[in-house]
Design a binder for this molecule. Sequence first.
Ligand SMILES: Nc1ncnc2c1ncn2[C@@H]1O[C@H](COP(=O)(O)OP(=O)(O)OP(=O)(O)O)[C@@H](O)[C@H]1O
Ligand SMILES: [Mg+2]
Length: 289
Amino acid sequence: MSNNTVIKQRSAESDTATPVIAVRGVTLRFGGLVCLSDVELTLNRGEILAVIGPNGAGKTSLFNSLTGVYVPQEGSITLNSANGSTHALLGQKTHVVNKLGLARTFQNIRLFGALTALENVKIAAETRQRTGPVSIMLGLPNARRAERASDRRAHNLMEFVGLGDKINELASSLSYGDQRRLEIARALATDPQVLLLDEPAAGTNPTEKLELAELIRHINAELGISVLLIEHDMRLVMSVAHRVTVLNFGKVIASGTTAEVQRDPAVVEAYLGAEMAAEMLDAQAQEEE
Ligand SMILES: Nc1ncnc2c1ncn2[C@@H]1O[C@H](COP(=O)(O)OP(=O)(O)OP(=O)(O)O)[C@@H](O)[C@H]1O
Ligand SMILES: [Mg+2]
């Protein structure tokens, strides 16, 4: 069976008319601390949107709000599915949000270190199977078929993320960069429409960063998955993102194309500073070469 039949292909065509994710007026408080304040964010179908901002700006909290880990006190988060259905995500349980088509990776890698790389992905693939626990226990034919399908799917995803030669290694023994790839494979195994990546390049070396940029572009273009990317590495942001939303102290201070955002005086002043602006311009110059 080819990769194409197992890794479900979706149209990579950008349908900008309907956002796949619409965050509207989201406010999240912890006691007196306002973590997110009236946040508006739009992820268009087929798009890679970067979410940037200094430490503590609320980026991970935004992901946690999208995935049911945090429940903001105000606002709405809407998922417009590829099949035309619409879902209110705010307040939904994490596993429900995942079933609806959002998958994520974590800022601090969360893998089953004592399992092999392949097993980590298989477990996630199995959450997509409809076989009940009794069928699995009795080894009924449909359970065996489902097991083979998850196994195939996990193998294909390992190849897709470039870990095809490391399937039997323990997750804990993989390099940092490979662990980050494995987390991405695991997220893809749940067959998402939207992939949320929380600092996927953190702790990786320059070569791994370039490979990661390519992988993110492939996920977007070949699998047709819309991507929300939290990232501090401006080179990576500039090389993969179609648009950028900037958070500062829980507020969106700018949203637009990478070129628009880096010229925005509020961004330069409140967040980027001269140093970061120079880094962004430098990254853009390299992109254009
Ligand atoms: N569960 C929580 N309880 C209390 N405060 C929280 C909680 N989660 C996040 N915060 C606070 O919300 C703010 C935003 O944190 P968050 O982790 O979302 O920032 P971030 O933009 O992801 O930062 P970084 O770039 O360092 O990862 C911080 O002040 C943080 O301490
Ligand atoms: Mg964070």
